[in-house]
Design a protein around this ligand. Structure first.
Ligand code: AMP
Ligand code: GLY
Length: 418
């Protein structure tokens, strides 16, 4: 089968790596991909951007692609699945209506409230005066979110009312996120450990992947601004088997059933970002895709053929599948360019990749055989271990082998729970 993977991050390199292990895969394409996907077995990068839905559709038709797998949220929210399906092409991911679970936080809240799914108490506003009045009445701490997609920057956890006022202005007056900020959600702050559960679903059956924990802030000890994610590990002790079951029964299944009751058969990955507090797991947010960097530490532990699972999702036969896991811990450390998540330099050569074990590329490019830095998050170094401590040691041994000018990484990935 010929497979097209859309996206260019560490998540997409991990998808190419995992799908490439399926005996049924003859050829992979990645759009636009990175140096890692270009160097991967039987994989070729193609020049289309992830948001070029019509270009990708033409490519998939002309090259008779058997399955397209969408990495990032934007093309999903913009209806890539609807377009491909109308053209009779097989694609993995939710359609535009269902992808609203991530595309509109107000939509996700409405479904959660209607179907009794535990989450933070929230209200939505389209006028700044009303939003501010509510914020003042609730008091700090308080969380403010732009309704639409904002590349992970649309959320402010405000310890003080002044911060909340400034963020509201930024979103609703300065329109920092454009249309995505025409509506804001004001919600209660939750406290506790966070975990990510990425679940496969065909709209009926839900198969949660093993839970992971991300590390969003740039600095050690969870300090500084949020990033796309600086590292992750799986499984995570913050979620035991009983809690996993609870997440399945009280969050994932009711969400998929609720969407179905509203006329949406959700197919693809439903990602639940969770907060574990005294009352149990509650939803921070839903995403309509795999997490990055969670995918890079979850897929190396999955023993199943990922292609078979994805085909089962598209065929609505996921009830015939059972997941099998490598019991070891897997850790993923992101090596970033100096300055990230602010501005950073590109073009530095990367050395030591051959000496390291499993490395998923993110922002890299290839010039005359040399791998260069080409993004903020550059590499994901991945290690396994029988204990979390062991996985941490193995991963950082490999991190030490890799060099590029200005390389930055957190030294404490996985340490939060130890
Ligand atoms: P998001 O960009 O939606 O993933 O949110 C970014 C981060 O903001 C989450 O990972 C949480 O750490 C934090 N966050 C979002 N909503 C809440 C909330 N209601 N209470 C506490 N933290 C939150
Ligand atoms: N790791 C967070 C995300 O993918 O949204």
């Amino acid at each position: 089968m010929k497979i097209l993977v859309i996206g260019s991050g560490g998540r997409e390199h991990a998808l190419v790596w995992k799908l490439g292990q399926s005996p049924r895969v003859s050829q992979l394409y990645c759009a636009p991909g990175n140096a890692g996907t270009q160097l991967a077995d039987r994989c070729e990068n193609i020049g289309f951007r992830a948001n070029d839905i019509l270009g990708l559709l033409e490519f998939a038709k002309e090259n008779r692609i058997d399955l397209t797998v969408v990495g990032p949220e934007e093309p999903l929210v913009n209806g890539i699945v609807d377009r491909f399906q109308m053209a009779g092409l097989r694609i993995f991911g939710p359609n535009a209506r269902a992808a609203q679970v991530e595309g509109s936080k107000a939509f996700a809240k409405k479904i959660m409230e209607k179907y009794g799914i535990p989450t933070a108490r929230a209200r939505k506003f389209t006028a700044i005066d009303a939003a501010w009045a509510y914020v003042e009445q609730q008091g700090a701490p308080i969380v403010i979110k732009a309704d639409g997609l904002a590349a992970g920057k649309g959320v402010a956890v405000c310890r003080q009312l002044e911060e909340a006022r400034a963020f509201l202005k930024q979103v609703m007056v300065s329109k920092a996120f454009g249309k995505a900020g025409e509506m804001v959600i004001v919600e209660e702050m939750m406290t506790g450990q966070e975990a990510s559960v990425l679940a496969l679903t065909d709209g009926h059956t839900v198969l949660p992947l093993s839970p992971a924990q991300d590390h969003k802030p740039i600095g050690e000890g969870d300090t500084g601004p949020n990033t796309g994610g600086m590292g992750a590990y799986s499984p995570t002790p913050v979620m035991d088997a009983a809690m996993e079951q609870q997440v399945l029964e009280q969050i994932l299944r009711p969400m998929v059933a609720g969407l179905r009751a509203e006329g949406m058969v959700y197919k693809g990955i439903l990602y639940a970002g969770l907060m574990m507090d005294a009352s149990g797991p509650r939803v921070v947010e839903f995403n309509c895709r795999l997490g990055d960097p969670e995918t890079q530490c979850v897929l190396p532990r999955l023993k199943n053929d990922l292609l078979e699972l994805m085909l089962a999702v598209t065929e609505e036969t996921l009830d015939t599948q059972r997941l099998v896991w490598d019991p070891r811990f897997c850790l993923n450390v992101v090596m970033a360019a100096q300055g990230y998540p602010g501005s950073y330099t590109k073009g530095q050569p990367i050395t030591g990749l051959e000496q390291a074990g499993l490395v998923f590329h993110a922002g890299t490019s290839l010039r005359e055989g040399q791998v260069l830095c080409a993004g903020g998050r550059v590499l994901n170094v991945v290690g396994l271990g029988t204990t979390l401590k062991n996985a941490i040691e193995n991963t950082y041994q490999d991190v030490a082998k890799i060099h590029f000018e200005g390389a930055y990484f957190r030294r404490d990935i996985g340490q939060r729970v130890l």
